[in-house]
Ligand binder design. Structure first.
Ligand SMILES: C[S@@+](CC[C@H](N)C(=O)[O-])C[C@H]1O[C@@H](n2cnc3c(N)ncnc32)[C@H](O)[C@@H]1O
Length: 299
């Protein structure tokens, strides 16, 4: 992990467990309050907040927004589950354009978080296309104990502990070991309510971009805001790209994208194509750092 070891992350990600949807409502339209609450007062949310937002009596759109705000605060392993609608407009437009090259394109969004951002892509793709959402942590797991709970990540490895109002983040411990027994655990779906309404519960499939392969292959894969130099060394990004290529059909495209204000249009991507056993660079936009990994001319 690039952003600090176990103790640094324990300090950085732990704080007051304020699993109150009312707090989210309060800070929703006030950026300064969000900074105050989450940065200076160290408010944190545990995966419990997702179920609480789910049970709110408000409209679906508002629920979707609050759910997305809540999940975006949660750190898991090397990355956050941050995601939101509209942040990859440039990439989505380019994917829709390339999708026209195929009769019935199968598109994979790898590292889709709660899937809310993927809805934009669904709207851009034609009716002949199908979209699959995948993430390493499509669910959390919960084991209660008196006055608190232990949370596990999508790999069923220790993520955090909540005791009364204290949230302790333990997700960077290299000694966390293998998956824990599923007995006595309840499952927390990380799919956004709006996505669930469109695609059904647990619509996000499990995939680790470093090792997993989804069959049959896809014509297009989008991997946005995951393979970033802030999260991973370039060598690991290269390894993930090589692994994702195994889920591409020959001639299929892989988009590695990032949204960040430092890029022109606040977004950058590299577009790679699977040719034989290789990934060949066919396009780049706005200087994504992964560009350094791939050679070849534009098309
Ligand atoms: C910052 S979010 C990006 C969400 C969305 N793609 C977007 O652009 O808004 C990163 C997501 O990648 C997921 N993730 C982290 N490591 C992963 C891995 N090895 N394989 C697949 N997904 C992973 C996290 O669970 C999280 O949902």
């Amino acid at each position: 992990m690039r952003s600090g070891g176990f103790f640094l992350n324990l300090l950085r990600e732990s704080g007051l467990a304020l699993d109150f949807p009312g707090l989210l409502r309060l800070v929703r339209s006030r950026a300064w309050l969000r900074v105050l609450a989450f940065r200076f007062l160290r408010a944190r949310v545990s995966p419990d907040i997702l179920g609480r937002v789910e049970r709110l009596g408000c409209g679906l759109e508002q629920k979707a927004e609050l759910f997305n705000m809540a999940i975006s605060q949660i750190r898991v392993g090397e990355t956050y589950k941050t995601g939101c609608a509209g942040r990859t407009a440039l990439t989505d437009a380019a994917i829709a354009e390339r999708a026209r090259e195929f009769e019935a394109p199968r598109v994979l969004d790898a590292g889709a978080s709660d899937g809310l951002g993927s809805l934009d892509l669904i709207h851009r793709l034609g009716p002949e296309a199908s979209l699959t959402l995948a993430d390493r942590h499509p669910e959390f797991w919960r084991r209660p104990f008196p006055l608190g709970a232990v949370f596990l990540d999508g790999d069923r490895r220790l993520l955090s502990v909540k005791f009364l109002f204290l949230y302790l983040y333990l997700g960077s411990d290299p000694g966390r070991g293998g998956p824990l027994d599923a007995r006595g655990l309840s499952r927390i779906d990380t799919t956004n309510p709006l996505v669930r309404e469109r695609l059904g519960p647990f619509a996000v499939r499990r995939l680790d971009v470093f090792s997993g392969v989804l069959e049959p292959g896809f014509e297009l894969i989008k991997c946005a805001n995951l393979l970033n130099v802030e999260y991973f060394e370039l060598e690991r990004i290269a390894a993930a790209a090589a692994n994702l290529a195994r889920s591409l059909v020959p001639g299929g495209y892989l988009f590695i994208a990032q949204s960040n204000a430092r890029f022109r249009d606040s977004e950058a991507y590299v577009l790679l194509r699977r040719q034989g056993g290789d990934l060949v660079l066919v396009e780049e936009k706005n200087g994504h750092e992964a560009l350094a990994l791939f050679s070849g001319g534009g098309r």
